[in-house]
Design a binder for this molecule. Structure first.
Ligand SMILES: *[C@@H]1O[C@H](CO)[C@@H](O)[C@H](O)[C@H]1NC(C)=O
Ligand SMILES: *[C@@H]1O[C@H](CO)[C@@H](O)[C@H](O)[C@H]1NC(C)=O
Ligand SMILES: *[C@@H]1O[C@H](CO)[C@@H](O)[C@H](O)[C@H]1NC(C)=O
Ligand SMILES: *[C@@H]1O[C@H](CO)[C@@H](O)[C@H](O)[C@H]1NC(C)=O
Ligand SMILES: *[C@@H]1O[C@H](CO)[C@@H](O)[C@H](O)[C@H]1NC(C)=O
Ligand SMILES: *[C@@H]1O[C@H](CO)[C@@H](O)[C@H](O)[C@H]1NC(C)=O
Ligand SMILES: *[C@@H]1O[C@H](CO)[C@@H](O)[C@H](O)[C@H]1NC(C)=O
Length: 887
């Protein structure tokens, strides 16, 4: 303990000694760590000494209003100090901490769990916290807050001013009605005078989007984000005397892997009088995130380097940005100049780090003030964008950021409190009772185990039939394809009348052949949808509502997509979709019944998909009416969607890139057959030999966007493969791509699966509804292909042919493992997998089969080997564990 106390002391002293004169570090005048409810001093894992509560800080009514208690359970990741003891408050309770004047960091530590034998603070604790007239927390639930970040505990950091007249911090806990309040640890650390109120290194706070922005001596703050961009997490003990924690920034980037982190080691940061050592540790300034693309920096002109920060709306925020040029190549002013946007508004047009700092390795920091409005609800994202500045001609079209801090400011009335977070905003947690019902239902499907054919003769027969069917289908299909492409050459989109007049939608004729696509009058459409009755809206797409309708005298159900005329952009996508779909016919692509282009209305009519979107059956499903999809069904859906995409990529005359693959664009018909939809962003372009990519403006959906496409602006079919990989992840984990209010590792689905895959722990993040039925070999194959799909570099990703094949293989492995006795037939393709049940995909089909038979033989050997090894005792155990029937 003494050693640790010494350690803290020596950290502070050595930091103080490290600087010289104006660049010396900061030694806080007040440093208190109180371990509430504890009677002796204790040292935590990073060496800080936590003191027992001294009598002098407790109020006179301490014994009536409160009692110390010990947590009865230590969650994983919860350290002994300060979390395992707490002081629990029944009534108003005020600590009085004697401090020096000036601002203080006040950090409150909470571990909501069961204490003693009677007090469940996860349930029975809502309270407010005030200090010297500031309301820090109101009706606060530590449990909801901790759950929302998927942690067992939570730390709140505030910065509170103490004026010369009142050198005491009166920290009051007030339980809500019939509730308890509590706290595990209280930390008070002073900070340099006016550190967050005097502006950046130039002494200015620049208002962004508001006329002025001031911080007076009566402003308190809550730290909402503090990041070491491009670097690693920095623990409090490694901060410059203020015990601030700096987190890594990956989870806050708009696009995964966007930007680059230069590989720089052993830098000595040259602190100055205006940016003294204590402003931020060396590790903040020596690591950075840039836009990258050094080989072709002009690409950076097409995108922004963007971070999103979740914040409470309705408050002013101080945004402090830290910069330091560390790259040897950037050594003079005018070389790397960029614009900073905060909340979509220009904060600084021409940021030139070297010009401001005076040289390489000299740090600077700038302060900006913004107001976050309530337009998009009580919780929203504050956006930070960097973009190369081009009014001058810089040497590098690039931008750089080393660190960022975002502080919420108190209102003049002293309020800082926001609402409690919603702990499970989108995750598909099923209440236990419902889950049990569903599990019962699931048992039935296990009975339907398909028995594989094991006799060679049968296989030969099956193959023969397959070949026969392929040959027949192919003939039919060829005819169709030639008609399609002849009637509408794909590279002459813009010559179609529909596009030519896109600004005024009144046309009396159209060139779309009626055999490809039926043309409806607006009257027919209105009668089909009861004059666009609101009740019939089944969804809202990118450019307007979708209605359920009936045509042909009510005989046929259709989905009617109506362009919202106010959306100008929609017109192009609308027409792109019409052209694309009227040419394409495939069982795994949604089919267009017709369109209407009358009286300023643009309407597309599709076959109706009774089961809605794939997402509706994952984490958006109705827990009562829609049971979770079984693993087999999920695999079949993925295989279907993959075949649809494979057809787009290789089946038509010219390659088509969908560009917007996501779980809401995969629809399910009444037999759960997957159909790819929404071709509004699709691109036709490459014949496989001529060029390797199309240059386009980056479009697509957040979270699904191929990072390479985003960085390089070069669209290839591998961008669809990436998005499809994300879909596979969603299907496996049953959660959206981005989750707010979970641990940082978990926020981004792609990173979450990848890291678990690397660690070999994917089985722990699989959708709970699948864990009993998914078989390990099948899971392994599925994850292997899914992870390959989201490789950073397009060339490392598989083709859709490979994806289809691997998913089919995963399905086989699953089914074979389910039928215990079928080990030997495990690796033979089944009838329907070879494609007997599909129609219309004949062209690609021969390719698939060719590829399949080859791969089957090669993989077959190794798989067989593995299978035989397992056919002994271990295989038996294996299937017992994973086949619930065997239990
Ligand atoms: C803190 O509480 C004490 C005792 O109630 C009171 O005398 C003092 O004025 C309070 N200080 C502040 C800053 O509110
Ligand atoms: C306190 O917060 C909880 C959860 O956010 C909410 O349900 C409750 O209505 C709030 N109570 C008050 C008095 O605001
Ligand atoms: C704020 O406090 C500083 C000292 O900490 C003092 O110099 C300054 O005058 C004060 N400003 C106001 C507006 O009270
Ligand atoms: C602090 O930094 C040192 C040296 O870089 C490192 O070894 C140590 O693990 C860090 N401490 C914590 C708690 O991160
Ligand atoms: C980064 O630099 C270190 C040391 O110079 C080197 O060992 C490492 O391979 C580099 N990493 C990359 C990704 O270039
Ligand atoms: C640090 O920067 C100053 C200019 O602010 C410069 O005069 C000095 O030489 C630099 N020191 C080193 C070690 O680079
Ligand atoms: C960059 O961000 C700004 C502000 O959010 C936005 O106006 C601009 O369109 C973005 N540029 C690109 C290329 O995304």
């Amino acid at each position: 303990m003494i050693i640790h106390a010494f350690l803290i002391f020596s950290i502070l002293v050595s930091a103080a000694v490290a600087g010289e004169g104006a660049t010396s570090t900061y030694v806080p005048t007040d440093v208190f760590f109180f371990n509430c409810g504890e009677t002796s001093d204790q040292v935590d894992i990073s060496g800080r000494n936590w003191k027992a509560e001294e009598r002098k800080i407790l109020p006179s009514n301490a014994a009536d209003a409160s009692f110390p208690s010990r947590a009865s359970f230590q969650g994983s990741g919860v350290s002994q100090v300060p979390y395992m003891t707490a002081r629990i408050f029944r009534h108003d309770f005020t600590y009085g901490f004697p401090v020096s004047p000036g601002w203080k960091f006040l950090r409150l530590y909470f571990y909501p769990t069961r204490y003693g034998s009677d007090f469940d603070l996860a349930v029975n604790s809502y309270f407010s916290v005030t200090v010297n007239g500031f309301t820090l927390l109101k009706n606060f639930s530590a449990d909801l807050t901790a759950k929302a970040s998927n942690d067992a505990f939570t730390i709140k950091e505030f910065i509170v001013p103490v004026s010369t007249g009142h050198t005491i911090l009166n920290l009051t806990f007030t339980p809500s009605l019939n509730m308890l309040a509590f706290v595990n640890g209280i930390e008070i650390v002073s900070l340099p005078d006016q550190f967050y109120s005097n502006g950046g290194f130039d002494g200015k706070i620049t208002p962004v989007g508001i006329p002025d922005f001031g911080i007076d001596n009566r402003t308190a703050f809550e730290t909402v984000h503090r990041l070491n961009t491009g670097g690693q997490m920095i623990d409090g003990v490694n901060d410059t005397g203020m015990f601030r924690q700096w987190l890594a920034d990956e989870e806050y980037l708009l696009s995964v892997n966007s930007g680059a982190v230069p590989n720089i080691t052993d830098l000595k940061i040259n602190y100055t009088e205006n940016t003294p050592v204590y402003v931020a540790p060396e590790d903040v300034y020596s690591t950075c995130r840039t836009m990258g693309n050094f080989d072709n920096p002009r690409l950076n002109l097409n995108f922004n380097l963007t971070w999103l920060f979740p914040v409470d709306a309705g408050f002013n925020y101080l945004v402090r940005l830290h910069f330091c040029e560390t790259l040897r190549e950037v050594n003079g002013p005018g070389q790397r100049v960029f614009t900073i946007f905060i909340g979509n508004k220009v904060a600084k047009f021409d940021m030139d780090v070297i010009q401001l700092s005076g040289g390489s390795l000299i740090p600077v920091y700038l302060d900006f003030g913004v107001f976050v409005g309530l337009e998009s609800g009580p919780r929203t994202d504050l956006r930070l964008d960097l973009h190369p500045y081009t009014d001058v001609t810089p040497k590098f079209y690039d931008a750089i950021l080393n660190g960022v801090e975002i502080l919420k400011l108190s209102f003049p009335d002293g309020n800082l409190a926001g609402p409690n977070p919603n702990p499970n905003p989108t995750s598909g947690v099923t209440p236990n009772s419902v889950k049990q019902d569903i599990q019962k239902g699931k048992g039935k499907s296990h009975v339907l185990v398909i028995i594989l054919v094991t006799v060679g003769f049968a296989i030969v027969l099956a193959m023969f039939v397959v070949v026969l069917v392929i040959v027949m289908k192919r003939r039919k299909n060829k005819k169709k394809v030639t008609i399609d492409t002849k009637s509408k050459p794909t590279d002459s989109w813009t010559t179609l009348p529909l596009v030519a007049g896109s600004s005024s939608h009144t046309r009396s004729t159209t060139s779309l052949p009626s055999d490809l696509c039926r043309r409806f009058s607006i009257l027919e459409i209105k009668s089909a949808t009861n004059n666009f009755e609101k009740k019939l809206i089944v969804g809202v797409g990118g450019f307007g509502p979708v209605y359920k309708g009936r045509i042909d005298g009510g005989a046929t159900l259709v989905a009617v997509k109506r362009l919202d005329i106010s959306s100008n952009q929609g017109v192009n996508e609308f027409e792109a979709e019409l052209k694309m779909l009227s040419m394409l016919r495939h069982i795994h692509l949604v089919s267009l019944v017709g369109y209407c282009d009358d009286e300023n209305e643009m309407v597309l009519v599709y076959e109706y998909m009774p089961h809605g979107t794939l997402r509706d059956h994952l984490y958006k499903r109705n827990k009562v009416f829609d049971p979770p999809l079984s693993w087999k069904r999920r695999l079949e859906i993925c295989i279907g969607a993959a075949r649809g995409l494979q057809y787009l990529h290789t089946g038509a005359k010219e390659m088509i890139i969908h560009r917007d693959i996501k779980t809401t664009n995969i629809l399910l018909d009444d037999n759960y057959v997957a159909k790819v939809s929404d071709f509004g962003l699709s691109k036709v372009g490459l014949t496989s030999s001529s060029q390797t990519h199309v240059s386009t403006v980056v479009k697509g959906s957040f979270g699904y966007l191929d990072p390479e496409y985003y960085r390089r602006q070069a669209l290839t079919e591998k961008s669809d493969v990436y998005s499809f990989g994300v879909v596979l992840f969603e299907v496996l984990c049953c959660r959206p791509v981005k989750l707010e209010n979970v641990t940082r590792e978990e926020t981004d689905l792609i990173r979450w699966v990848k890291s678990n895959y690397k660690k070999g722990t994917v089985d722990q993040i699989v959708d709970e509804d699948l864990t009993t039925e998914i078989t390990p070999l099948s899971l392994e194959k599925f994850c292997e292909i899914a992870v390959r799909c989201v490789q950073d570099r397009g060339i490392e990703r598989p083709s859709m042919n490979d994806v289809v094949w691997a998913l089919e293989f995963a399905l086989q492995l699953h089914e074979a493992a389910k039928s215990k006795n079928a080990v030997d037939s495990l690796y033979l393709p089944r009838r329907d997998e070879v494609g007997l049940t599909t129609d219309g995909d004949n062209d690609l089909f021969s390719k698939t089969t060719g590829r399949m038979s080859k791969s089957v033989t090669s993989d077959d050997d190794s798989a067989r080997l593995a299978g035989h090894e397992k056919s002994g005792s271990s295989w038996g155990v294996f299937s017992e564990i994973h086949d619930p029937k065997a239990r």
